[in-house]
Design a protein around this ligand. Structure first.
Ligand code: PLP
Length: 392
């Protein structure tokens, strides 16, 4: 007798969470790990955000709220996005969600029908594929070139559009490579999606962690906005991963459908988290810039360290907090046939946590998160250097 549904059989446990679990086991045995695995800020949530949550709890703001989030938090989301990117969303075109992940999950569940195709550039963040498949959709992979910094062009997207294409997912800056879509490419893709009536799902979880150039959102091109859905998150920019605070912005009927789905699953996010989010979005933004400045230093420190390891090559990430070195020089040998095996050995032999490229759709890379202390970068690089030297 079959116990579980077909749909749950279509997805796997998030590969990054699997790595976290393996690392936790080693840690429990007393191993001192350098953790480049977890994709989360090492910073504490800024004081004024914590204070807003504490005040909300003390003031008994601890009950159910409207499912899509109190009007004040939706206004804060809409205003922040308009101020930073020139977008123009109304309050009922915003929904506050339990993390950016739920915004992506709900957007895809309300848009994707069985057999629908969703274009997904490679390398991709682990969860997109499974979320698409859970809804019965089919990921259609868009290959990119490492030599071109994993660039995504409108021409390449257009070649993959078929009558079954429902959506395109773009993530800039990206997890895992930290690549940024050039504004001109982004504008062309937004227009293309609009012309072809394909929804563009923009994962903007790292949009504030960009090192060069002006911050541009696909929703900045307001005349094409009826095909644009933004999935945003406070997790990375405000060091709030555990608060589960994210949002979606998009056309009213889609946002209403996402709220309906939320009404039958999580309901609203925690009431006091909404108050914290208001403090984050409307309060001083220096904390974001300060953290970004440190990530940039960390990036340069990691890149300089990796450059001292013979055989490794690495694109220069323009945002987020990941590097995605190519380790192909060390693959295809006994004990390290694949990046998966290599990452496992790095964990067990050097006590350095990384995530193998297989999780992101490539076979020749490992991902390192540099949202760690500068001391950890030095220690982790030293261990990697020794590990790779012994591999020969
Ligand atoms: N999108 C990307 C690319 C991510 O890396 C993450 C988290 O790692 C998320 C979305 C989800 O973030 P959260 O649910 O914490 O907002």
């Amino acid at each position: 007798q079959k116990i579980l549904t077909d749909r749950i059989g279509r997805i796997e446990v998030s590969a990054t969470m699997a790595v976290t679990a393996e690392a936790a086991k080693l840690r429990a045995q007393g191993a001192k790990l350098v953790d480049f695995g977890a994709g989360e800020p090492h910073f504490a949530t800024p004081r004024h955000i914590k204070d807003a949550a504490i005040a909300a709890i003390d003031g008994n703001f601890t009950r159910y709220t409207v499912v899509s989030g109190i009007p004040e938090v939706r206004k804060a989301i809409v205003d922040r996005h308009e101020q930073d990117f020139g977008s123009s969303f109304a309050i009922d075109e915003a929904v506050f969600t339990t993390g950016g992940k739920l915004a992506l999950f709900n957007a895809l569940q309300v848009l994707v029908e069985h057999g629908d195709e969703v274009i997904l550039p490679v390398p991709y963040w682990v969860s997109y594929k499974d979320i698409i498949q859970y809804g019965g959709g089919k990921p259609v992979y868009l290959g990119t070139e490492e030599a071109e910094n994993f660039r995504i062009s409108a021409e390449a997207v257009e070649r993959l559009i078929t009558p079954r294409t429902k959506a395109i997912i773009l993530n800039s800056p990206s997890n895992p490579a930290g690549s940024v879509i050039a504004p001109a490419d982004l504008e062309r893709i937004v227009r293309l999606a609009h012309q072809r009536s394909v929804y563009l799902i923009l994962d903007e979880c790292y949009i504030y962690l960009q090192y060069n150039g002006a911050l541009v959102s696909g929703a900045s091109f307001t005349e094409t906005k009826e095909h644009v859905i933004v999935a945003g998150s406070l997790s990375k920019s405000y060091a709030m991963t555990g608060w589960r605070a994210g949002f979606a912005l998009g056309p009213k009927p889609i946002i209403a459908a996402m709220s309906k789905l939320q009404s039958q699953s999580t309901s609203s996010t925690a009431a006091f988290v909404q108050k914290a989010a208001i403090a984050a979005l409307t309060g001083p933004q220096e904390c974001v810039a300060e953290m970004r400045a440190d990530y940039l230093k960390l990036r340069d420190q990691v890149l300089a360290g990796l450059a001292t390891i013979p055989g490794l090559t690495c694109t220069i990430p323009e945002g987020a907090f990941y590097v995605y070195p190519n380790v192909s020089a060390y693959l295809g040998r006994p004990g390290s046939q694949t990046a998966l095996e290599l990452a496992s050995r790095l964990l067990h032999e050097a006590h350095v946590v990384t995530v193998p490229g297989e999780a992101f759709g490539t076979r020749e890379h490992i991902r390192l998160s540099y949202a760690v202390t500068h001391g950890d970068v030095d220690e982790g690089i030293a261990r990697m250097k020794e590990f790779f030297a012994n591999l020969g």
